[in-house]
Design a protein around this ligand. Sequence first.
Ligand SMILES: Cc1cc2nc3c(=O)[nH]c(=O)nc-3n(C[C@H](O)[C@H](O)[C@H](O)COP(=O)(O)OP(=O)(O)OC[C@H]3O[C@@H](n4cnc5c(N)ncnc54)[C@H](O)[C@@H]3O)c2cc1C
Length: 175
Amino acid sequence: MAEDAKKQQQLPPGMVIGPDGKPCKACTVFKDFAKTKGTVPGSGSKQAATAATMMGALATRPTECPPDSEKLGRSTWTFLHTAAAYYPVNPTPQHRRSMLSLLQSLPILYPCNYCAEHLGGEMQKNPPDVSGRAQLSKWLCDVHNEVNDRLGKDKFDCSRVIERWKDGPADGSCD
Ligand SMILES: Cc1cc2nc3c(=O)[nH]c(=O)nc-3n(C[C@H](O)[C@H](O)[C@H](O)COP(=O)(O)OP(=O)(O)OC[C@H]3O[C@@H](n4cnc5c(N)ncnc54)[C@H](O)[C@@H]3O)c2cc1C
């Protein structure tokens, strides 16, 4: 435990240690971490340090870097909401079992460990509803909204999930 605290102290602020004791990119928001990268201690004026900090924050990463927690989150939500939107209206027992197994694996396998822990807690309070497309899409929307709420983001209007993840808007702009 003291060893963990020591390792965390040696890391740039914002970088999270994973369960393997190593820096976990998938648990870290890169832009928070990048804010610290532009500052060079003792490199001149406070303004120069602030400008360097901002440049660090704005620095774009190469496209093939490992995902941070935001990129991983966006990609995972895209897959999950899309899978829910294409889930059968009347699922077979096999569909139900497979979806339940996928969802129940997330608190164990999701690479951002504290995200996975929160999700496990939420799923205990509110178990997945795999009884049909509308029910599953609504359940997932509620789960995502719990995360949005915790992160201080706006809640999504769950009546729009099928439009957002399957049909696209009625104005045809996504066709
Ligand atoms: C299972 C899981 C748990 C997570 N837990 C955490 C956590 O504990 N801490 C943390 O910092 N990050 C967590 N994340 C990541 C976080 O949810 C976001 O993915 C990340 O912050 C990027 O956010 P974003 O604003 O780009 O949009 P995202 O939240 O990734 O959303 C992507 C798109 O989905 C749509 N959308 C938004 N809300 C809903 C909804 N309720 N229903 C349907 N569609 C919606 C919007 O069009 C949005 O642009 C988690 C991700 C996942 C998949």
